[in-house]
Design a protein around this ligand. Structure first.
Ligand SMILES: [Zn+2]
Length: 100
């Protein structure tokens, strides 16, 4: 078991999808990051990917192709979260004030 879902605090995390992404910061520089999208047995019960993990065991070889297809579909839908502009701004202001 990977852990308990931080969204519902009950469901089991079945898989963690890591999405590399980049964004442009205020000074125009490219920032690289990785967002993690958790697959929760409870929150994502309707997701096709979730049905590949019912027995909490390894994925059966005959299901691997189907799982790969469902994962790719899931990744295509997943959007990495935007950086929190307000938090970034507050941190920048604190830095200029010398609080950091
Ligand atoms: Zn959950």
């Amino acid at each position: 078991m990977i852990g308990v879902c931080p969204r519902c605090r009950v469901g089991e995390v079945l898989a963690i999808l890591r999405l590399p992404h980049t964004w442009t910061n205020a000074s125009g520089g490219r920032v690289r990051g990785v967002s993690e999208v958790l697959l929760c047995a409870r929150c994502d019960a309707d997701d096709p990917v979730t049905r590949h993990f019912p027995a909490h065991g390894p994925v059966r070889p005959q299901d691997a192709d189907r799982l790969a297809r469902d994962l790719l579909r899931r990744l295509a839908r997943a959007r990495p979260p935007k950086p929190d502009e307000d938090a970034l701004k507050a941190e920048t202001e604190a830095w200029y004030r010398g609080d950091l």
